[in-house]
Design a protein around this ligand. Structure first.
Ligand code: EPU
Length: 302
């Protein structure tokens, strides 16, 4: 969708929002898949309510993109504009055990920044790609650690009220790859509380997780991490692997030959290729195991 009205563009500019017309979303996602639309980059959280009011008043549909590492976006010209938060500088500030972190901050860099201040606990999250905001929304986890455990409060923009609000930990529930945040909540900033630990120990933990990840996941290929959630008590990767589907392709979308729950863009995969692969693998797992796999990746159909 293109915003062409000079009046609307001037109002967007007045809010200090950067307008990138016809941006390729493929370039903003780790899968390298996604069509084109206007991208609006929001520099100040406080301007978000006014921007959303403006878009609503003008009948312009919009969606929020975080780090782009867990999303599968439709092909072609998209019927909504995309909003993305620009990270504040500095995006992480630390006071004792309390860490204020911007939703747009890179998760891995946040883990290492905290480690340098002798704050640990999040070592397992080191290789999870994406932004802190995406990690909060999905309650990202790996190697026994989930981000939700460290959250004390989160500032969100709530579409329901049209305002920025602060939610305390007791108002949020974090479960396996699921949280109580609504579809209209946009993560802005969080306060985490991390345990004190010597930098050297944290670094050793980080190294172990990095090695495990390198050994089992296709880190140098375009992917959105695991494509399906693990079913209760089971492993999606093991089931898909057991059906001999590593390397199985639909167009350029391929089941990784390293980890069967990673689907990679092995060339110029379209969204349709990836959705076709997801449907086919799901159907085969259903007929072999009677188990309906649920996507972990967020799908944006046009
Ligand atoms: N396995 C296979 N074949 C495969 C992949 C896995 O047999 O191709 C087996 C493994 O040998 C192991 C079991 O399946 O016995 C589980 O595999 P793994 O340890 O790799 O963990 P996972 O359950 O597949 C989860 C998360 C990952 C996270 C890792 C490490 C989900 C859906 N996945 O993977 O998170 O990195 O544990 O903690 O919860 C993600 O969320 O995008 C993601 C990649």
């Amino acid at each position: 969708m293109r915003i062409e009205s000079p009046r609307i563009l001037a109002a967007v500019r007045d809010l200090g929002v950067e307008h990138r017309p016809g941006a390729s979303l493929a370039g903003l996602t780790s899968l390298g898949i996604g069509g084109t639309t206007d991208l609006l980059r929001v520099r100040e959280h406080r301007d978000l309510p006014a921007l959303v009011r403006l878009l609503r008043a003008e009948g312009i549909e919009h969606r929020f993109l975080g780090g782009g590492t867990n999303v599968l976006i439709a092909d072609g010209e998209l019927p909504w504009v995309v909003l993305q938060l620009a990270a504040a500088a500095p995006d992480v500030s630390i006071e004792g055990n309390a860490v204020w972190v911007d939703a747009a901050a890179d998760l891995g860099r946040t883990v290492t920044t905290c480690a340098r201040q002798n704050l640990g606990g999040m070592e397992g999250l080191i290789g999870v790609p994406g932004s802190v905001g995406g990690a909060l929304r999905m309650n990202a986890g790996a190697y026994g650690t989930e981000i939700g455990k460290f959250v004390r409060e989160v500032e969100v923009y709530r579409a329901a009220s049209g305002e920025n609000e602060t939610l305390r930990e007791e108002q949020i529930s974090f479960e396996y790859r699921h949280t109580s945040f609504g579809p209209g909540d946009v993560m802005l900033r969080a306060r985490l509380e991390l345990p004190e630990r010597p930098y050297r120990e944290i670094l050793a933990g980080i190294r172990v997780c990095n090695e495990k990840r390198r050994a089992s996941q296709p880190l140098n290929q375009k992917s959105a991490g695991c494509i399906f959630k693990n079913p209760p008590g089971g492993s999606a990767g093991r089931m898909i692997d057991g059906l001999g589907l590593k390397g199985f392709r639909v167009g350029d979308a391929m089941v990784s030959d390293r980890h069967a729950n990673f689907f990679v863009n092995a060339g110029r995969a379209s969204s349709a290729d990836m959705l076709g692969l997801i449907a086919e693998v799901r159907a085969r797992v259903r007929s072999a195991h009677g188990c309906e796999l649920e996507e972990e990746v967020i799908v944006w159909n046009a």
